[in-house]
Design a binder for this molecule. Structure first.
Ligand code: F0G
Length: 428
């Protein structure tokens, strides 16, 4: 017995409506789709206490930091839900990084602590559960790496076939190794992420394969849980700012949608402002934001390969969310990203390069006076440090092309004797 379908799909551009169980990722007009919940019936019924009561569950779907918020994610029946569980990531207080960025205090939500090492697991549990609910047997994604790792893992768990499209030679090894290890059919394309994204949409449409990129509105629903969990971690006190990196723009679109829903339900009384940070070489949102023009795709180039995206699919949703909360967009150089990463890593927290765009962006916004030093700021770290070990080792060896290794901690070869080991220990 399945639960009644209490949501529908609504086009972001033309407001056309579609049934909640239609296998569809785009509107007929080409716009992306929102999952619209029947929020009215939840008012006063679902409260912060509802979610707090589920904390610490030892069994069942409420162990998940996504499904704990089920009414606001997707009211699916338990039998459809594929969960590891995910979420329940640490919210670190990070004084050392706070002083680097010029804030009195800083909290970092480490989404790299999800089961496959990135925030993608939150959206993926929801997308794959929907795939099961719809009876799909094959799923596919295009990816800069983390989405493919997550899709491969959840598909394996659900007994589905995963097909992943990645730009050949352009994804970090930690991520490629996950896709291969979890058994996904891994197709390396001669082209960038944007080309892979276009290709996977055609293939899914032609072959009846379920598309699990964040163009799929159910992926966005799961990703909202990052914001829900941040608020729960903070005792439902709304931070002034939540800052996160932007690539395909699904994650910030999800965050603002979720915050809007909490506000509508009266669970929070104001919206946090959202800052999206893009790499300067992959900055279509930033350009559109500054110019006020419609988005034009760019040819993306950045060493933060996770966000090397020039034609983001969730642009409309992202803009809408930023406008609703008084958000901002900024761009940071690869040098600033790597400097910030060295600080995050050396504080003992650690994250992959794209995640550290968050910290570089906060620093820039504090210096520009957009974020005051006393503001309550939560930065989202999106992926684990070990996703991209090559970049880390190259940075510390001083061999990263075009990047000054400002805080290098190079390995020291000391042979095998005690004398040279002691010398190595003492060398300045
Ligand atoms: N940070 C990391 C570590 C990512 O992997 C991604 C996206 C982002 C940030 C940007 O999030 O796309 O929602 O704006 N990675 C995708 C992938 C595109 O294929 O793994 P977004």
């Amino acid at each position: 017995m399945s639960d009644p379908v209490l949501w529908e799909l609504v086009c972001v551009r033309c407001a056309a409506r579609y049934p909640g169980l239609e296998v569809r990722t785009l509107c007929g007009c080409g716009g992306t789709l929102d999952v619209v919940h029947a929020l009215e019936r939840l008012k006063g019924v679902v409260t912060a206490q509802t979610f707090d009561d589920r904390l610490g569950a030892r069994q069942g779907v409420y162990r998940s930091g996504v499904w704990r918020f089920r009414e606001l994610i997707l009211p699916l029946d338990d039998a459809s839900i594929v969960t590891k569980p995910e979420g329940n990531t640490n919210l670190y207080e990070a004084p050392r990084v706070a002083s680097y960025v010029g804030l009195d205090a800083l909290w970092l939500k480490h989404e790299g602590e999800n089961p496959t090492g990135s925030f993608k697991d939150r959206g993926m549990t929801c997308g794959i559960s929907m795939a099961r609910r719809l009876g799909m047997e094959r799923v596919a994604v295009a990816s800069t790496g983390n989405t493919s790792a997550s899709a491969a893992s959840y598909a394996a768990q659900a007994g589905m076939e995963a097909i992943v499209f990645v730009p050949e030679g352009k994804i970090a090894y930690g991520k490629l190794s996950q896709a291969l290890a979890y058994g996904a059919r891994t197709l390396q394309i001669d082209g960038d992420f944007d080309a892979a994204m276009a290709l996977v949409q055609q293939i899914c449409a032609a072959e009846g394969i379920y598309l699990l990129n964040s163009i799929n509105p159910f992926r966005i629903e799961g990703q909202k849980a990052i914001g829900f969990e941040v608020l729960q971690d903070m005792g439902w006190q709304v931070p002034d700012w939540i800052v996160l990196p932007g690539g395909n723009l699904g994650n910030n679109a999800a965050l603002s949608k979720g915050m809007g829903e909490l506000l509508e339900l009266g669970i929070i009384d104001r919206l946090p402002r959202i800052a999206v940070v893009q790499a300067a070489g992959a900055n279509p949102l930033y350009r559109a934001w500054v110019s006020g023009e419609p988005m034009s795709p760019v040819k993306a180039e950045t060493l933060a390969t996770a966000i090397k995206i020039g034609d983001p699919v969730s642009f409309d949703k992202s803009m809408r969310g930023l406008r609703a909360c008084g958000g901002v967009v900024c761009e940071v150089s690869d040098q600033a990203i790597m400097d910030a990463k060295a600080q995050v890593d050396a504080s003992g927290i650690g994250a992959e390069p794209a995640s550290c765009a968050t910290v570089a962006g906060i620093r820039q916004l504090v210096q520009a006076g957009v974020i005051p030093a006393e503001a309550r700021v939560c930065g989202v770290l999106t992926g684990h440090l070990l996703k991209d070990p090559d970049t880390v080792v190259s940075y510390h060896r001083g061999s990263l092309d075009g990047i000054a290794s400002t805080w290098a901690n190079a390995p020291i070869s000391v042979g095998s004797g005690i004398e040279s080991a002691l010398l190595g220990m003492r060398r300045g």
